[in-house]
Design a protein around this ligand. Structure first.
Ligand code: ZN
Length: 121
């Protein structure tokens, strides 16, 4: 009678010991880390102070109001220039060609790009 084969479990090596963490305590982060420190009697480290990225003198004031008024509309010199050009009838007419939008071809209307006036025939 042949011998029974050797059982596989006998040949397996011993289970390695659990990997230990540094200083034999579980690692914690954030608030849990602060709590662990407080349990051991240490105060949590001081937080980084908030850094203000905008100066508090920036908002408010007549200069800021003027800048806001200037920036919130078409009051730049170039806008004045185009307005004068359109008032005198020199429209910047573009369009009239086909354009592909996705799978469709559409016709772009011939209009003034600044005042949206229709092109003269
Ligand atoms: Zn125009």
């Amino acid at each position: 009678m042949a011998e029974l084969p050797e059982l596989r479990s006998d040949r397996l090596p011993e289970r390695p010991p659990e990997s230990r963490q540094l200083f034999d305590r579980a690692h914690t982060y954030g608030v849990a880390h602060d709590l662990e420190r407080m349990r051991t009697g240490l105060a949590p480290p001081p937080r980084t102070p908030r850094i203000r990225t905008r100066s508090r003198h920036r908002r408010g004031g007549p200069v800021a109001a003027a800048r806001r008024w200037f920036a919130s509309g078409d009051r730049r010199p170039v806008d004045v220039w185009h307005r004068i050009r359109c008032r005198t009838g020199h429209h910047d007419v573009r369009g009239g060609q086909q354009m592909q939008l996705g799978s469709r071809f559409v016709l772009v209307e011939r209009r003034c790009v600044w005042c949206d006036a229709e092109a003269p025939l």
